[in-house]
Design a protein around this ligand. Structure first.
Ligand SMILES: [Zn+2]
Length: 448
């Protein structure tokens, strides 16, 4: 393994070693998630959806031989986010386990959280203060470069670091604020929903927490004079003149795949949210060079990394962000291309690789949610999924992998997190979760 770096983040799960081995119906499992692949019928495509229009022989093959159905990944009342949808897909009920985006990103960044800590996603933003009002000029400070952002965050961090606060630099405008022993109740808003808008009310809400507000005002004074911003202003770029914390929560309490299913697992994903979900679920996080979370991602590198990981692991999850990005851009051609590349360079090679390995296997393919190009944002509703089992192929000769084909299926999983149990094919062990304890110390009350 020369081109794949691995971070071993799974905590030890020693106590599971004393339990009887679980009997799994397949020897390998692969989950392939095409973020935001699901779409609506489009007039320019003669009323077809993008999945119907795109050439996807690998996924169609799975649909012909597998179980095609629909799964509701976002429970009623939850925001239409990738964090919630992917949490369901990997088998954890958002109603029970969702605490916010912050703690997922903290885990992906390798930041340790204690039960009393609160993690905020913290954007570098451009605010404009005018006549007593505050405006969100840019939620990303002009997609500031990681290098510039690190100078700002790393210079500020020692000035605001205390027993209470830790500020951690991430990628581009995406950083993390850890408030040790902090409250989680404050009501924050995601800055990308307010581009160009008056955010005076949202800004004043931070005043409810004087310690946090003091940190934010310190940051404004400090960033104003910082050389990085002087340079950005001179170049006509928006200065990163403020921090905007949001999406906060305490650490989620997950039983791991090893505790639940006796399964050793890994995740291949470029996006911090998914990597963070993997960390909390006890998966090994695998880095793939050139995996960007964008349209130009290294599709084939992800498939190869998954197949290498499968030599040791029982289950590997591969997540590809590109279809979602194309959907947000409202770019039909790019969305078709992203789905075709996902099919050809990820689904196909993974199918071939598993067949060549010789043992039994199951593959699950699904989008996490809708990102219709006509809406340029996430949409609601159950998404299509297919589960292929090499030991018992089905015969749906006319099926293809698409939304309308899945609608023909009688199978509808209303509680999305239950799909994982169906996929793996065993009842998970019951784990008594104690928020005061680490993942590895949770008690398994009903072995299986
Ligand atoms: Zn998503």
């Amino acid at each position: 393994m020369t081109d794949v770096n691995t971070i071993n983040v799974a905590e030890s799960t020693d106590q599971t070693q004393d339990l009887p081995k679980m009997e799994l119906p397949a020897s390998k499992y692969v989950i392939l998630i095409g973020d935001g692949m699901a779409d609506l019928p489009i007039d320019d495509l003669g009323g077809k959806t993008v999945l119907e229009k795109a050439r996807t022989p690998a996924m169609d093959h799975l649909a012909k031989l597998g179980e095609l159905g629909r799964v509701l990944t976002i429970p009623d009342g939850f925001p239409l986010g990738s964090d919630v949808a992917n949490m369901s897909l990997i088998g954890y009920s958002p109603k029970k386990f969702y605490t916010g985006r912050g703690p997922l990103e903290a885990a992906a960044m390798g930041i340790q959280m204690n039960p009393e800590d609160v993690a905020f996603r913290c954007n570098l933003v451009t605010l404009r203060f005018r006549e007593g009002r505050v405006y969100m000029e840019d939620y990303s400070a002009g997609h500031i470069s990681t290098e510039e952002a690190h100078m700002l965050i790393e210079d500020l961090a020692p000035l605001v670091a205390s027993r209470s606060f830790g500020l951690f630099a991430g990628v581009s405008y995406r950083h993390l604020l850890l408030w040790r022993g902090g409250p989680e109740g404050i009501s924050t808003v995601p800055p990308h929903d307010f581009t160009g808008m008056d955010v005076t009310e949202a800004w004043h809400i931070y005043e409810e927490e004087p310690l946090l507000y003091e940190l934010l005002t310190k940051a404004i004074t400090f960033f104003h004079r910082h050389a990085v911003n002087e340079k950005r202003r001179a170049e006509g770029k928006p200065p990163a003149n403020a921090l905007w914390p949001w999406g906060q929560g305490r650490r989620p309490l997950f039983a791991t795949f090893s505790q639940l299913y006796d399964i050793d697992s890994a995740v291949v994903a470029a996006v911090d949210l998914i990597r963070g979900l993997g960390v909390w679920a006890g998966m090994e996080v695998i880095n793939v060079p050139g995996a960007t979370g964008y349209l130009d991602t290294n599709y084939r590198g992800k498939a190869d990394a998954a197949l290498r990981a499968l030599k040791e692991k029982t289950l590997v999850l591969v997540h590809v962000e590109a279809p979602d990005e194309a959907g947000h851009m409202g770019n039909l051609r790019e969305k078709i291309r992203a789905i075709e590349r996902f099919d050809k360079e990820v689904v196909g090679p993974v199918m071939d690789g598993l067949r060549d390995m010789g043992g039994s296997y199951r593959i699950l393919v699904a989008p996490d949610h809708y990102t219709p190009v006509s809406l340029k944002t996430h949409g609601p509703g159950p998404v299509p999924y297919v589960i292929y089992d090499s030991l018992s192929p089905k015969d749906n000769s006319d099926a293809t992998f698409s939304e309308p084909a899945a609608e023909q299926s009688p199978i509808m999983i209303k509680e999305g997190h239950k799909l994982m149990e169906r996929f793996i094919g065993v009842t998970p062990r019951e784990v008594e979760l104690n928020p005061k304890k680490k993942a590895s110390e949770q008690k398994i009350v009903r072995p299986n």
